[in-house]
Design a protein around this ligand. Structure first.
Ligand code: PLP
Length: 380
């Protein structure tokens, strides 16, 4: 597990009340369930953390129940089974797979392995913040490259920031699709970018939302690893497989980079139950298509309503959408909370954009109704 502070441990260190106040300010949409009014359906509608509202498939739930008989055993054997299953799934040798306690753990290992003190990590602004938080512990230096005016990674700027002449950049992080914007980097532009980056610099491609993408220009970067051994891909079971609570992720990398990541991993960083569930999910032929259809259908419905209301939003290839709310999202998130709906945190470079995760159709209807009350639709 990471030695850096988590939101929970920060709260404990500061004391419950002070901690809660700080968490509230940093993550306006992410108060703990206990502080929220109960929703009629039995709790808040959680549209804040890009979770999968349907949860794990039945085969994973069955595997979870069976795994209790192994709760007293370290998961060494089933870790090997998972590495073999993932290697087969991706058509790569097993020495290219590294398991993580969620893909966040992979991002932490990557900072530890590739961004020590004196090195920089180049990221888009805004993007998922984990590599920025973890590199505080390694004393690496973040270099943020503002996104383009159409909310995409500025790959020209990011390649330039990789400083070929100085060799100072240890890693460049490409979140594809990007959180929070939901935009993608196409396969051809990604490979052209990798060619421009110095080979000593690791290109970490975070594919947490890979399965939701529909654009034909997109491809996983896993196939790039054979041609460019500085490419490392992070994947998770948290999103399409609905297993965020089980903490299971992995990396696919060249043998040398996989070994470098592995050397920053803790022993047995995954659990019997998570691995059993993950194996069952990988073996289920329908889970990806079913989840993708349900979630992408709900996203399309939401976007059609946003168009009907004449709202500005960023077309998304993921299970979340960024919506322009015309002012700081703080009060909007607060008003949503009062209506029992949790929405995404504020991203400082996009303070008047609200990120909403895709829930079940009834969740999205409740969200749209609340949004119409809080930020009335614009006349066409
Ligand atoms: N990467 C991205 C882009 C994310 O948005 C998230 C979580 O929301 C993660 C990684 C971390 O996922 P996990 O640690 O649950 O695998």
């Amino acid at each position: 597990m990471s030695s850096t502070l988590t939101r929970r441990s920060l709260g404990r260190l500061l004391g419950a009340t002070a901690g809660a106040a700080i968490l509230d300010a940093r993550f306006p949409g992410r108060l703990s369930a206990a502080t929220l009014p109960s929703h009629a359906a039995g709790g808040p509608i959680r549209l804040s953390a890009n979770e999968n509202p349907y949860g794990p498939c039945q085969a994973s739930l069955d595997a979870f129940a069976r795994s209790s008989s192994e709760a007293n055993r370290y998961p060494g054997a089933i870790e090997d089974e998972m590495k073999a299953a993932l290697a087969k799934h991706h058509g790569v040798p097993e020495d290219r797979i590294v398991l993580g306690c969620g893909s966040s753990d992979i991002l932490r290992m990557a900072d530890s392995a590739f961004v020590p003190e004196g090195k920089t990590v180049v990221v888009a602004e805004p993007t998922f913040e984990a590599v920025l938080l973890y590199c505080k512990a390694t004393k690496g230096e973040p270099v943020k490259v503002p996104q383009t005016t159409d909310y995409r990674h500025d790959l020209v700027g990011m390649a330039a920031a990789c400083g070929a002449a100085t060799g100072k950049t240890g890693m460049v992080y490409v979140c594809n699709p990007n959180n929070p914007t939901g935009t993608i980097v196409g396969a051809q532009e990604l490979e052209a970018f990798v060619r421009r980056v110095p080979p000593s610099c690791v290109v970490l491609v975070d594919e947490a939302y890979h399965h939701f993408v529909e654009s034909p220009s997109y491809k996983s970067a896993i196939e790039l690893i054979g041609r460019h051994d500085n490419v490392v891909v992070a994947r998770t079971f948290s999103k399409i497989y609905g297993m965020a609570g089980m903490r299971l992720g992995y990396a696919v990398a060249s043998p040398a980079r996989a070994q470098a990541l592995q050397s920053h991993s803790s022993w047995n960083n995954t659990s019997q139950s998570g691995l059993a569930m993950g194996l069952a999910a990988l073996a289920d032929p329908d889970v990806v298509a079913d989840q993708r259809r349900r979630i992408n259908d709900a996203r399309r419905w939401l976007c059609a309503e946003l168009v009907r209301d004449n709202r500005k939003f960023i077309p998304s290839e993921t299970n979340f959408v960024m919506i322009h709310v015309g002012g700081d999202i703080g009060p909007v998130a607060h008003a949503m909370r009062e209506r029992g709906i949790q929405v995404g945190r504020k991203f400082p470079s996009m303070p008047d954009w609200l990120r909403v995760s895709i829930g079940k159709p009834e969740d999205m209807k409740a969200f749209v109704a609340a949004l119409r009350q809080i930020v009335p639709a614009k006349a066409a």
